[in-house]
Design a protein around this ligand. Structure first.
Ligand SMILES: Cc1ncc(COP(=O)(O)O)c(C=O)c1O
Length: 382
């Protein structure tokens, strides 16, 4: 007899079922175009791969300090001053095993079982699933088609049922919406006034198309920022990210990291330290996303896939498919089988309203994206 916990009974990532189906059809030789996965099709920058190769040749890859390699933390600190004009000492930076580990660490260090923490719906599903597994009560703030969380919406949700923490992302997954500078300042101030602890997921920074990035740290040094090398830096599989924390969280996070992960992988830390040198290479990739974004912003609505959100950042188009279906899971399955285009049903991101939305990732090749739209046009017409 083996025991299975109740806490592990989180929702599956339904998109993975769609992906498995796409892979099955691909293996059968079907010409599937994937717009399902939120990951760049490019490898890590050349300078990053060279640093990793040299480190492998050099010898032992071991544990590092729980908070991360000093050199990488210093490099990230310099990134805050050069990219954002914000002063963050290396001592407040913690290197993590992707931002996914950052969520675990932040939730464990900031909240107790039974605490309530708010997220927006739609939002990245792992927020909800990790919190549920940790016994944190998730408060979903429905966005009802609004692009961004406003101070008024935050306050209304809090008055209805107070919560201890708020987690949001800008640019957001799945909507791609970006909270503009002044609105972010107001949101951070509103959370502070309510006594709500903030976690800002900034994983899609440097992938904004609507203006410069603003970090929540520009307005308050008392927020926990989570970031990663996965997206702009094309390093999903390297499992490497970072957090910027207020002083009070440093030792708690260090203690938990020591036991949960010991440290982030040293090879990835050595490699990631070079990622900030690759801006030219990475910006060329971003220009490709920009091309696909313009094409999709124009063509998706033309074929009946209304944009449910502005495509300000990240690499997603979030579409309202209610003209075609009331069941996005079924729509996704039929789309793969009949049009050979894979995309993610909104159900994963929004348990309330996601049955009528789909997320299309445009992190792939622009020519493939064009081809996908052509196929969808024919499919939706028939
Ligand atoms: C909003 C958001 N946060 C975090 C992650 C996790 O990224 P990683 O663990 O690779 O850093 C993702 C991945 O898709 C995401 O979309």
């Amino acid at each position: 007899m083996i025991s299975v916990s109740q806490r592990s009974a989180v929702e599956p990532f339904h998109a993975m079922d769609v992906l498995a189906e796409a892979n099955r059809l691909k293996a059968m030789g079907k010409p599937i175009i994937s717009m399902a996965v939120g990951q760049p099709s490019d490898p890590a920058p050349a300078v990053v791969r060279a640093a990793a190769a040299a480190a492998l040749k050099h010898g032992r890859i071991g544990y590092t300090d729980a908070l991360g390699l000093k050199g990488l933390r210093e490099t990230i600190s310099r990134h805050y001053s050069s990219h954002y004009g914000v002063d963050v000492p290396p001592s407040r930076i913690v290197v993590t095993t992707g931002s996914s580990a950052g969520f675990n660490l932040a939730f464990l260090a900031m909240f107790d079982a039974g605490d309530r923490v708010a997220i927006t719906a739609p939002g990245y599903p792992a927020y909800r699933n990790i919190m549920k597994a940790l016994g944190i009560e998730v408060v979903e703030i429905p966005m009802h088609g609004q692009a961004n969380l406003t101070p008024a919406r935050l306050e209304a949700a809090w008055r209805e049922r107070p919560f201890k923490g708020l987690l949001f992302a800008s640019p957001a997954n799945p909507t791609g919406s970006v909270i503009p500078h002044d609105e972010l300042a107001a949101l951070v101030a509103a959370a502070r006034d309510l006594g709500v602890s903030l976690i800002s997921d900034e994983i899609y920074h440097r992938l904004t198309f609507s203006g410069p990035d603003t970090t929540a740290l520009a307005f308050d040094q008392n927020v926990a920022v989570i970031n990663s090398f996965s997206k702009y830096y094309c390093m999903t599989g390297w499992r490497i990210g970072w957090m910027v924390l207020p002083e009070a969280l440093l030792r708690p996070v260090e203690r938990i990291q020591q036991s949960l992960y010991i440290s982030a992988p040293e090879l990835s830390q050595i490699a990631a330290a070079r990622a900030f040198e690759a801006t030219d290479e990475l910006d060329r990739i971003k220009e490709r996303y920009r091309l696909s974004r313009s094409m999709l912003a124009e063509r998706l609505p033309q074929i009946g896939l209304k944009l449910a959100s502005p495509m300000d950042g990240a690499f997603y188009a979030y579409c309202d498919v209610s003209a075609f279906t009331n069941d996005s899971m079924d729509f996704a399955r039929r789309m793969i089988a009949e049009a050979h285009v894979a995309a993610t049903p909104g159900h994963d991101f929004d348990p309330l309203e996601g049955h009528r939305t789909m997320r299309f990732s445009y992190a792939g090749e622009p020519a493939e994206m064009e081809q996908a739209v052509e196929r969808l046009k024919i499919w939706l017409n028939t």
